[in-house]
Write a protein that binds this ligand. Structure first.
Ligand code: D5M
Ligand code: FE
Ligand code: ZN
Length: 466
């Protein structure tokens, strides 16, 4: 927990004439809106008390505070969009991407600036953004790298051990390379390729009490194909003793079907008005206990801009979805639930990763393997200017800066999960039955999955409704 956040809590308490023990400061800081929590606490505290301890907190809440929600959100860019779409904004976002990923890679390799290589010889290490990939006449791969100093070409020989890695390399991603310069120092012969990656010994933070979260995605309320029966089965099951440990539900976007998302969508719509779709979605959540905190990000079908990062919902939608247990944040966001960092990203770039990665491991039937590629590259939308739209901001919000315990996506409507360097990677499937488009494209969606995450053990139990 950054100490400046904690000191803000302390200062706010002092403003009202109160002190608090460190656990109380931590507890307040973990609530979604610390300032409101402080106001609530001091309006309920007995008169003679000026130093808050945990038993005061328990008395105020009438239950153990460890059972009140513990949510904090990193990296929510809602309301902070600075991108005006100018050339300079695009330069800023690429410079920020290069500098963030270079500093991750620089822990392992001390890179030479690319413009210094012409005056160097022998073995060198470099870091750069991939600006061109091409096959040579003799079937080697030539990759052009770019850093702030200039560009340089490297060659991966087709009989080298690292040749298969070139299948995974995408334009605009940032990689590190170790190799030997040619005798005229015009080209680098690559011997080792480094991805920014997750350290293999990463130890994922976990909760300190038994508590669970359901990780869902792609509800698509308002579509003729939204499967309301399975959804009701799920919300009924939530009331059973088996579901009692579930205190959180996370939804990774495409809450509603939206309007005008693709040509001819009208014929697939049950509800043609976007606000009425959110009304209907709100109805779908009515049956879920208010004790369960719901954390939601938008997807490409939701009523926010399409370009990523997508800000959280504006007031018009928040007024429809106004329950106090609902929390909204941008796509992507890292949400810390009970101390567990969960990276939520809807997943539009997965279509591109699946299309562009030549490895057979990465497919719609194993969407988690596409997500693992994103973890390796430490970026949620590595390739620019193709299907995934990116809004140029001064900061690149799509860099995976904080390593999460859990990486949660949806979008491809296929269920899959796996572990990569101790990070649990999960794609949640959907609640929309096969659409006509999917029928034509021979896509069989995975409908009605509710993967349940144990926040203390980070184990997953798959609950399938059918
Ligand atoms: O996307 C659901 C999945 O289906 C995702 O993998 C994209 C794919 N999809 C859906 N509609 C189309 C069209 N019209 N062209 C190409 N690919 C498509 P969702 O975000 O729920 O629409
Ligand atoms: Fe979807
Ligand atoms: Zn989607």
């Amino acid at each position: 927990m950054p100490s400046n956040e904690l000191s803000k809590v302390v200062q706010e308490l002092v403003k009202y004439g109160y002190n608090a023990e460190p656990e109380v400061v931590q507890f307040i800081n973990n609530t979604p809106d610390p300032n409101s929590t402080i106001k609530f606490l001091i309006s309920n505290i007995p008169e003679e008390i000026f130093t808050l301890n945990m038993s005061h907190i328990s008395n105020i809440y009438g239950r153990s505070p460890s059972t009140s929600p513990s949510i904090s959100i990193l990296n929510d860019m809602t309301g902070n969009s600075t991108g005006s779409g100018t050339y300079n904004d695009f330069v800023s976002i690429f410079q920020d991407r290069l500098s963030q990923l270079t500093s991750i890679l620089s822990n392992r390799i001390k890179p030479y600036p690319l413009n210094s290589l012409k005056n160097t010889s022998g073995e060198v290490r470099v870091v750069g953004m991939v600006s061109n990939i091409q096959k040579t006449n003799s079937n080697h791969i030539l990759i052009e790298l770019e850093d702030i100093s200039g560009t340089f070409s490297m060659l991966v020989h087709n009989n080298s051990e690292i040749f298969n890695l070139t299948d995974e390399i995408l334009l605009d991603e940032v990689i590190g390379v170790k190799g030997k310069l040619s005798s005229d120092s015009e080209i680098l012969f690559a011997e080792v390729i480094y991805f920014p990656d997750i350290p293999p010994n990463f130890r994922p933070p976990h909760a300190t009490r038994p508590v669970q979260a359901a990780l869902l995605s792609d509800i698509h309320v308002g579509s003729k194909h939204f499967n309301s029966e399975l959804w009701s089965d799920f919300t009924s099951w939530l009331k059973t003793p088996e579901a009692e440990p579930i205190e959180y539900i996370l939804i990774a976007g495409d809450l509603v079907e939206g309007v005008g998302v693709y040509p001819g969508q009208d014929i697939d719509l049950e509800i043609i008005n976007i606000y009425e779709q959110y009304d209907a979605f709100n109805e779908c959540l009515k049956d879920i206990s208010g004790d369960i905190s719901m954390i939601m990000i938008p997807g490409n079908h939701d009523a926010v801009r399409l370009a990523e990062p997508q800000p959280g919902f504006d007031l018009e939608i928040k007024n429809i979805l106004s329950s106090s247990n609902f929390h909204f944040t941008s796509n992507p966001s890292t949400v810390i639930v009970e101390g567990v960092p969960i990276l939520m990203y809807h997943g539009v770039s997965l279509d591109e990763i699946i299309a562009e990665t030549h490895s057979t491991q990465v497919s719609y039937d194993a969407p988690h393997n596409a997500m693992i590629q994103l973890l390796k590259k430490r970026h949620l939308a590595p390739q620019f200017g193709s299907r995934t739209r990116i809004s140029p901001e001064q900061k690149d919000y799509l860099v995976i800066d904080k390593i999460p315990s859990v990486f949660h996506s949806g979008h491809v409507h296929k269920f899959g999960y796996g572990k990569y360097h101790n990070v649990l990677v999960i794609n949640s499937g959907c609640w929309q039955s096969q659409t006509d488009f999917q029928k034509r494209a021979n896509i069989i969606p995975d409908v009605g999955y509710a993967p349940i995450l144990d926040l203390d053990t980070l184990n997953l139990t798959i609950r399938k409704f059918s």
